[in-house]
Design a protein around this ligand. Structure first.
Ligand code: PLP
Length: 390
């Protein structure tokens, strides 16, 4: 093999996703775009807020807008704007040197994992989990270890405590969660913080909590607890991919809690790993988001879709709890084999992702980042699919 042995698997799983994407194109060509219901991608379709265009146009027309290199962790004024905004939310005294502007949340994860992980150390994450974590662990030379959650997808704290070993360096959580939409409660997170403190003491090394929060603003009537309150040795990372619908512009950040052990060293190292891979986050969009702290897309659009979709699927007989956040549903597959059931959905022109891809077999993921009409028009097909296996 001309490529690294470990890469072979990575390329295979990437080509599985590409195949699904290509299948969607093929089906749209064959059956017509209106007759294919594609819920496979978490690509925000809600337009960015009008303020994005205004700020962008002003920047483009302004002679002083910078398009050059800047300090690798990002423009100082943008990092300050992010720190000021996060201080309003968390009040932990973040300074701009603890912020790194990144190439989306994916860039932030790559930066921080490569900064923290020694070769062969473990990243522990609750399953189901975002598929990208396998790749980021690979790039960091680390092992991704997973620990099952409860059937309602909340954290199984006993299982997490048992799964932590002397090799665990990082606990990686994602709430609101992709693929389940679950939002962890403050109580469970506080208990998690205590477990991490206890385990750090037990193994004589600091275990860091990484909180991957690109869906933080996409919640329906619940608050996402402040992770910085839960455990000081926390790195929060997020992006503007979902909250401003700027996924393709690749802009995000990471923030290290000022009281995290070795906070300054970790933030500085993440700035260096940033340099190794991307040099810096995109200049223009750093300047855009610097002016748009706290602005979000219209969340009501997603809430309405979640409700129409959940009502329709429940009426058809699918089982799942209505999630409080993100834009995904993760119903139980009516048959044990979720890959087979996703095939049956495909026969009904519906594209979904099998739960097994997220470490959640026996389920399937539906993204409702699609027009309302796609949801309502698909419901008959969902009913046919479940009826066909009863
Ligand atoms: N983390 C989670 C849980 C995600 O769902 C995604 C993207 O879908 C990412 C990270 C990567 O986000 P970004 O596009 O901002 O890099």
């Amino acid at each position: 093999m001309p490529i690294a042995d470990k890469m072979v698997k990575m390329v295979e799983s990437a080509s599985m996703i590409r195949k699904m994407f290509e299948e969607g194109i093929r089906m749209r060509e064959k059956f017509g775009a209106d007759n294919v219901y594609d819920f496979s991608l978490g690509n925000p379709d809600v337009p960015p807020p009008a303020a994005v265009k205004e700020v962008l146009l002003n920047l483009i027309n302004n002679e002083t807008t910078s398009h050059g290199y800047m300090p690798n962790p990002g423009y100082p004024h943008v990092r300050q704007a992010v720190a000021d905004h996060l201080n309003k939310e968390y009040n932990v005294g973040l300074t701009s040197d603890l912020i790194v502007m990144t190439v989306g949340a994916a860039g932030a994860l790559n930066d921080i994992l490569r900064a923290l992980m020694n070769p062969g150390e473990d990243i522990l994450t609750p399953a189901p989990y975002f598929v990208g974590y396998n790749q980021y662990a690979y790039v960091a030379g680390a092992n991704l270890k997973t620990v099952a959650s409860f059937p309602d997808f909340h954290l199984d704290l006993d299982a997490i405590e048992k799964a932590i070993t002397a090799d665990t360096r990082v606990l990686l959580i994602n709430s609101p969660n992709n693929p389940t939409g679950v939002v962890y409660t403050r109580e469970e997170l506080l208990a998690l913080g205590k477990i991490l403190d206890g385990a750090s003491e037990k193994f004589g090394k600091r275990i860091y909590l990484i909180s991957d929060e690109p869906y933080r603003k996409i919640v329906y009537g619940v608050e996402v607890p402040a992770m910085f309150d839960v455990y000081p040795h926390t790195i929060v990372l997020s992006s503007y991919s979902k909250e401003l619908s700027l996924a393709g512009e690749r802009i995000g950040y990471l923030a290290v809690h000022p009281k995290a052990e070795d906070a300054a060293i970790i933030a500085a190292a993440a700035g260096v790993t940033n340099t190794m891979m991307y040099v810096n986050a995109p200049a223009l969009f750093q300047q855009v988001v610097g002016q748009l702290q706290g602005v979000t897309v219209d969340i009501e659009i997603y809430r309405k879709r979640r409700d129409i979709f959940s009502d329709g699927l429940h009426a058809a007989g699918y089982e799942f709890d209505i999630p409080d956040g993100a834009f995904y549903l993760f119903p139980k597959s009516p048959i044990a084999d979720d890959i087979k059931f996703v095939g049956i959905l495909k026969d009904n022109h519906i594209l979904a992702v099998p739960g097994i891809a997220f470490g959640g077999p026996g389920h399937f993921r539906l993204s409702y980042a699609v027009p309302d009409k796609t949801i309502s028009d698909s419901l008959e097909g969902f009913k046919r699919a479940i009826d066909s296996v009863k």
